[in-house]
Design a protein around this ligand. Structure first.
Ligand code: C2O
Length: 551
């Protein structure tokens, strides 16, 4: 592989959407940010220079960061933020992954505007396991706020309640014609007849899972989270924040005089205020020779139909279609046995309202908190990875008593318990190098069941099982797929259901696991794994770079 250098200058840039102009954080003045492209086996060296007042970090979402945890990016987990006027060089190689990922800020809600595609092409002498597409098009879903998203989350955390919803969803930064004052900001994909296009779908939205469909066209899913999957066809794609999906789009054999709408709208199962609007982009045919008179008669406008907003069963059946390719070249390496098995409950609850705050949360005395095993995770004020690497004790930065059994058994998906209070802390799980881990992630209905896209840093998860209701430890493991489970870095824990995942802890460091809905993340729906060094030299975390930011 080769080394590819990029520079990210973080600056304020004036951007207008929906007739609102605001100064917002951008990378190199672009919104969405620049495309980072490399081949499998390459090294990426990205210098991030902070020219704005905010603290910044950048995360390379889905990149395994083998032994290079210092470049992972979540603030106070693997690094202190890059302060105003400072810079930091992220330096890592791309090993064993190819496909679409993305990069985004990993501090507060800055990823609302700081995100862009990260494309890993196959090695020079290798090809796709499908016919070479005519063109490749990145499609990034995002959200637009007329105000500063930092003010939105600050306000929500201060009042202890929910935040104001975004004003629009976007494709490549463009909200499209269904919003007021937005028809000039429409993503328009011009295609030629009889060709195959590779669409690199990326959900960079802050808080919403999305349905996506293109009128009168079927897509073939071929890759997810930078791992090939067994191809399957679908008219509708479900994509959660943090997930990426490559689809092939075969265009019709002949020119069609029509506007094909591509629509995206949230999938949402909870109560509460959120943005339920619809994003539209356009697909149109173009041909080299001018279309004939008859070709141009009868222009039609076509819209796809999307499932209803809370169609959990559609989502469950869609996600069960993903299987890893599991070919001779790309085998699914599923650990058949596990060394450690965990059960994590996931849910929304409350913590007491701090004394110096007036909370507008559910009953004024509490504020919203989200938790795993009833622990709402507080960020420390120095990076856990630095503290861990120093080899001293945990220095009061974190504790190693993350509960490995949930506090009290109850019917997770049944009637909510009377007590919705959770505890807060900075609790981690420590595991030895190469531990074969299984985690059952169980959604709970403490404050209403909701679907949660769980993201794991540093590893891909093999999704060996999923189901509705309560996980049954006697029956369900017998049905696990240990042959071709899909490999993902972000997996939707179904509303009122569970998923079971496995991974091998072959990457020493500190790795965050969290809900990729930023609101839930801000409410504490996160925990961290510490994977200790192995004995051999190639099983150890590399030393920290000299420019690692200080807190
Ligand atoms: Cu894409 Cu921890 O995040």
């Amino acid at each position: 592989g080769v080394t590819r250098h990029y520079q990210f200058d973080i600056r304020l840039q004036s951007i207008t959407r929906l007739c609102h102009t605001k100064n917002m954080l951008t990378v190199n003045g672009k919104f969405p940010g620049p495309r980072v492209i490399a081949r499998e086996g390459d090294r990426l060296v990205v210098k991030v220079v902070n020219h704005v007042p905010n603290n910044i970090t950048i995360h390379w979402h889905g990149v395994r960061q083998l032994r290079s945890g210092w470049s992972d990016g979540p603030s106070y987990i693997t690094q202190c933020p890059i302060q105003s006027g400072q810079s930091y060089v992220y330096n890592f190689s791309l090993v064993g992954q190819r496909g679409t990922l993305f990069w985004h800020a990993h501090h507060s809600w800055l990823r609302a505007t700081l995100y862009g595609p990260l494309i890993i092409l196959p090695r020079t002498n290798e090809s796709y396991p499908f016919a070479k597409p005519y063109k490749e098009i990145p499609i990034l879903f995002g959200e637009w706020w007329n105000v500063d998203p930092e003010a939105v989350i600050a306000q929500a955390l201060h009042t202890g309640g929910g935040p104001n919803a975004s004003d629009a969803y976007t494709i490549n930064g463009l909200p499209g014609p269904l919003y007021n004052c937005s028809s000039n900001d429409t993503f328009n994909l011009k295609v030629k007849p009889g060709k195959t296009y590779l669409l690199r779908l990326i959900n960079a939205a802050v808080n919403n899972e999305l349905f996506f469909s293109i009128a009168n066209h079927t897509m073939t899913v071929v890759e997810a989270d930078a791992a090939y999957v067994k191809p399957f066809n679908s008219k509708i794609i479900v994509i959660s924040p943090g997930q990426t999906t490559n689809v092939l789009l075969k265009t019709k054999p002949k020119f069609i005089n029509a506007t094909f709408f591509m629509l995206a709208r949230p999938f949402f199962t909870a109560k509460g205020t959120f943005n339920s609007s619809t994003l539209a982009g356009i697909l149109e045919y173009e041909i080299d020779t001018p279309p004939s008179e008859s070709d141009l008669k009868n222009h039609t406008l076509l819209k796809p139909t999307l499932p209803s907003i809370n169609d959990t069963s559609f989502v469950a059946s869609f996600s069960s279609k993903f299987r890893s390719l599991n070919s001779a070249k790309y085998p699914a390496n599923v650990p058949r046995k596990v060394d450690k098995s965990f059960f994590f409950t996931i849910g929304l609850g409350s913590i007491p309202c701090p004394r110096n705050q007036t909370c507008e949360g559910p009953n004024k005395r509490t504020k919203f908190a989200a938790s795993m095993n009833n622990i709402s995770f507080n960020l420390p004020s120095v990076a856990i990875l630095e503290q861990h690497f120093s080899g001293k004790d945990n220095g009061g930065v974190y504790t190693t008593d993350f509960p490995v059994v949930p506090p009290r058994p109850f019917n997770y998906t049944g009637t909510p318990p009377n007590n919705s209070m959770v505890k807060s802390g900075t609790k981690v799980v420590v595991i030895p190098y190469n531990t074969r881990v299984q985690v059952v992630l169980q959604d709970t209905s403490i404050l209403g069941a909701e679907s949660h896209p769980l993201h794991l840093h540093g590893f891909n998860m093999l999704v060996v099982g999923q189901g509705f209701g309560n996980f049954d430890p006697l029956e369900d493991p017998g049905k696990f797929n240990l042959v071709d489970p899909v490999e993902r870095n972000t997996i939707g824990v179904p509303s009122g259901g569970w998923v079971a995942i496995r991974f091998v802890a072959d990457n020493p460091g500190v790795w965050l696991m969290h809900c990729h809905i930023d609101l839930h993340l801000s409410w504490g729906l996160r925990m961290a794994w510490i994977v200790n060094n192995g004995k051999l030299s190639h099983q150890k975390l590399l030393p920290p770079p000299s420019d690692l930011p200080k807190c």
